[in-house]
Design a protein around this ligand. Structure first.
Ligand code: SAM
Length: 295
């Protein structure tokens, strides 16, 4: 099972108190949370309603996976143009509330379009509808998935890393280096060739999906059908935000991004429309923080 290592209190930046004040201010504006803890708050309702309450430039990192319009239990399929318009609307809000060095990491998959595509990457449909600067597309590659018969078995989704300002943004490469280096002791002119912290993890991330099913279910599995793996949350949050930053997940689901953010000493706000998922997320985050008390 994934075990995120909490960050020590002693390792916090002096910004923590200012961020806490910002977090508490936003929570006050949003009304009564479904659940909250010292560094996280979960609100039940439509994310567009909540986001319209948030002032400009208040969120450092938004990280989310929205409904993909593919008929999961938590969504109703709508015509594709309507779906893309809706995405453009909530992403527009995320851009407005992002701080000047803020970022947005969007996880999306594929949709079918009648007579056009069996499976088109959602980013293709959204690319010119987003005010953020597209810094990079990351391919999230995993092993498990459906076995296709008339096409290649799908084994990736995309993470689109957007920033508000292309010349000034948060990127903590050393915090996400991959220690799995083939020749760690190789030298050139007497100096180690590799960074001793590891290599750049590249734009292809091999991270196992949260699986379900008898004998193959991941230990971190909840009842949510589209859960982020904690390893994925860990890398995104460490790489694209700083300790004490404010992280928002407008489609919080089972609370994966909130759990990782709180454990990594960020402040986290999540919106989720379904009460059962809010309850799931609340219990999950509470439990994770209680079994891993901050050092
Ligand atoms: C792909 S899932 C997110 C899963 C999440 N990343 C996790 O790790 O569990 C999308 C979630 O968005 C929620 N949702 C759908 N429409 C919403 C809306 N308008 N506002 C807030 N949440 C919404 C769904 O109920 C669902 O839980």
């Amino acid at each position: 099972m994934t075990v995120l290592q909490p960050i020590a209190e002693t390792d916090l930046s002096p910004n923590d108190e200012a961020s806490r004040a910002r977090f508490e201010g936003l929570v006050d504006l949003l009304g009564k949370p479904f659940a909250r803890g010292d560094r996280y708050a979960i609100f039940q309702g439509d994310c567009l309603d909540f986001m319209s309450e948030l002032p400009d430039q208040t969120i450092d990192l938004s990280f989310t996976s929205p409904p993909y319009n593919i008929g999961k239990e938590y969504e109703k399929i709508v015509p594709i143009d309507q779906y893309i318009d809706w995405c453009a609307k909530w992403i527009g809000q995320l851009h407005r509330i992002a701080t000047s060095r803020g970022a947005f990491v969007l996880n999306v998959g594929y949709v079918a379009i009648e007579d056009r595509a069996r499976s088109i990457p959602i980013p293709y449909l959204l690319w010119n509808r987003i005010a953020f600067f597209l810094q990079q597309e990351i391919v999230w590659n995993y092993g498990a998935g459906v076995a296709a018969r008339k096409a290649l078995s799908p084994r990736n989704e995309k993470l689109l890393w957007y920033v508000k300002d292309a010349s000034d943004y948060c990127f903590n490469l050393d915090d996400i280096r991959d220690p799995n280096v083939a020749y760690p002791n190789q030298k050139k002119n007497g100096k180690l060739r590799c960074n001793t912290l590891g290599k750049n993890p590249s734009d292809v991330w091999q991270i196992a999906k949260v699986t379900s099913g008898a004998n193959r279910s991941s230990s971190e599995r909840t009842k949510h059908p589209a859960q982020f793996p904690l390893d994925l949350c860990d890398r995104v949050i460490k790489g694209f935000s700083n300790k004490s930053d404010l992280v928002l997940d407008p489609f919080a689901g089972s609370g994966s991004s909130l759990e990782a953010s709180a454990l990594l000493q960020r402040f986290a706000i999540g919106f989720e429309v379904r009460k059962d998922y809010c309850a799931l997320a609340a219990e999950r985050v509470r439990k994770a923080l209680s079994v891993m008390p901050l050092l």
